[in-house]
Ligand binder design. Structure first.
Ligand SMILES: C[S@@+](CC[C@H](N)C(=O)[O-])C[C@H]1O[C@@H](n2cnc3c(N)ncnc32)[C@H](O)[C@@H]1O
Length: 134
């Protein structure tokens, strides 16, 4: 992989410890989270919320039973929100190239399953490059 990719991985994986360290505020959404997302946020673990580096959750609210592939999922906040939205009959696969973030995301798989009151998790995290999903 090239230097740019390695720099991006280093930024998200090693330099950033929380969203307070972000070196840009270019990622923001004026409207804030949707009503559906706002209801789910209190169910998400603090560390996942604190390490959210995205620009809100572009997730359709009526997605029961769907399969969601989330590319560049980071530490998984939106993956877990999607997990709640798709329900037990749906599933969510989060992909990110940064090992540290995938590790953090996956650490909460069982805890989030419990927080959502489910018997099985419908979430899977995979470390990989968006350009090379095979
Ligand atoms: C702006 S951050 C957003 C992370 C996450 N969606 C969130 O909301 O916290 C962009 C993410 O994309 C990942 N990423 C960037 N380029 C990638 C690529 N080519 N393949 C896989 N992941 C990539 C980075 O590792 C980083 O976690």
């Amino acid at each position: 992989m090239n230097d740019t990719v390695e720099n991006v991985k280093g930024y998200y994986g090693k330099q950033l410890r929380s969203k307070a360290n972000l070196r840009s505020n270019s990622c923001c959404c004026a409207e804030g989270p949707s009503e559906e997302v706002r209801r789910i946020l209190p169910l998400i673990a603090d560390e996942i919320l604190d390490r959210f580096y995205g620009c809100e959750s572009p997730l359709p609210p009526l997605s029961e039973g769907m399969t969601v592939l989330y590319l560049g999922c980071g530490t998984g906040r939106d993956v877990y929100i999607a997990s709640k939205l798709v329900g037990e009959s749906g599933r969510v696969i989060g992909v990110d190239m940064t090992a540290e973030q995938i590790e953090t995301a996956a650490k909460y798989r069982d805890e989030q399953r419990e927080r959502f009151g489910r018997k099985t998790s419908n979430v899977q995290f995979l470390q990989g490059y968006i350009e090379d999903l095979k």
